[in-house]
Design a binder for this molecule. Structure first.
Ligand SMILES: [Ca+2]
Length: 388
């Protein structure tokens, strides 16, 4: 046996051992709380309490992780819970410790008249007392709703602006074009000041009127995850796509994300086209879409993985995961971990693959662990991901 062969064998054994070690260090999943009514959004306060919305019960609650006790501040009246609708997005105000303000998104019927013409969604700001709601201030009202595609995820930027998503509110209706209409409040990302006023540096502030001035991006189908990269400040988003075309996007001011003409990196119903420079243009028979921003990555198996919420990891419990992007999926019940370089995905791992059913939300705890929720009606749960 030559020295070279021996060296190769030793190298192979070393690599095998390292791989074995990596496997034995796969994270531990702990059940934190069960028996919840579809916990749709999770957000930690600095004091360690986990705030969450319960979609079908329309409850805003917090969980004390030390005692396991859930405290419900209140049930929001008049919430429409048909199909995708309900109490959805949640974001605590940046100075929540002082002002006790939380932003939520929920579905309702206009004039309390339950009909498809009156399906709506809104953003409200609640001020909490120790035991309940003190006030509700409606921040952004009258967004078109549907029994499908109501969004609605909320985050707050370092610019102290509120960013939130709204789906195309059209389900499988023919001629789905509201997402492309910049005057329609469907299929958009919006940006507002925290008091509900509209910032005058929004991209269409000068060229539109009324609530349409709040549009930040358009051409979305139903993006249910949105988060700022902790280092670059770039806004990333997961979009629940059409059929086999889920999307990971970077949300850039004023851009068009293509729906319903393009999905993933593909023109709707047309085979994938790659331009000479390697980009994916949204062009097809008789179609050239201006202002188009293609997905960073399209998830294109022969089924929809059904992307849900996303977050970035900034804690110290998993040093090698720093700044990694995590997202959950509904239909396939997965937790993905993505390593990024700039605006590219360079590595990807599926940490969980269906063992906990449909997954809805994911966030990082103030303790540096990751938390995610399942979506199984009144039998939904919150779980923790921690090192072994
Ligand atoms: Ca798109």
């Amino acid at each position: 046996m030559s020295m070279k062969m021996v060296t190769t064998m030793v190298l192979a054994l070393t690599v095998g051992a390292v791989l074995g070690l990596a496997q034995s260090r796969s994270p531990k999943i702990e059940l934190v709380k069960e028996g919840l009514e579809r916990p749709w959004s999770l957000d930690f306060a600095a004091d360690g309490r986990l705030f969450f919305t319960q979609k079908i019960g329309a409850k805003l609650s917090s969980l004390d992780l030390k005692t396991g006790i859930v405290k419900t501040f209140g049930t929001i009246g008049g919430v429409r819970t048909d199909g995708d609708g309900g109490l959805m997005g949640l974001a605590l105000a940046p100075d929540f410790a002082q002002n006790k303000q939380v932003f939520v998104c929920y579905s309702y019927y206009r004039n309390n008249q339950a009909s498809s013409q009156n399906q709506r969604n809104r953003i409200s700001r609640f001020t909490l007392s120790e035991t309940g709601f003190e006030t509700e201030k409606i921040i952004f009202d009258n967004m078109l709703g549907s029994s499908s595609h109501n969004g609605c995820r909320i985050t707050i930027g370092s610019d102290k602006k509120l960013y939130f998503t709204m789906g195309d509110a059209e389900g499988y209706a023919p001629g789905r074009i509201k997402a492309q209409d910049r005057n329609s409040l469907a299929g958009k990302t919006f940006r507002l000041n925290l008091d509900g006023s509209i910032p005058n540096d929004n991209p269409f502030f000068a060229s539109s009127t009324g609530q349409a001035q709040a549009v930040w991006t358009y051409g979305h189908r139903n993006h249910q995850g949105i988060a700022f990269h902790p280092d670059t400040g770039v806004l990333w988003s997961t979009e629940h796509g059409w059929n086999s075309r889920d999307e990971l996007n970077i949300i850039k001011k004023g851009k068009n994300y293509g729906w319903p003409y393009c999905a993933g990196t593909q023109v709707y119903g047309v085979s994938e086209r790659v331009a000479a420079d390697g980009t994916y243009p949204c062009v097809g028979e008789g179609l050239t879409l201006s202002n188009y921003e293609p997905a960073v990555k399209a998830y294109t198996p022969d089924f929809a993985i059904a992307m849900g919420d996303m977050t970035f990891y900034t804690g110290s419990q998993f040093p090698t995961w720093k700044n990694n992007l995590f997202f959950v999926t509904l239909k396939t019940g997965r937790v993905y971990r993505l390593k990024l370089e700039g605006e590219k995905v360079v590595d990807e791992e599926i940490l969980i693959d269906g063992q906990y059913g449909r997954l809805r939300a994911i966030t990082q705890g103030s303790d540096g662990f990751l938390y995610f929720s399942s979506d199984a009606g009144e039998f939904s749960s919150i779980y923790r991901i921690r090192p072994q």
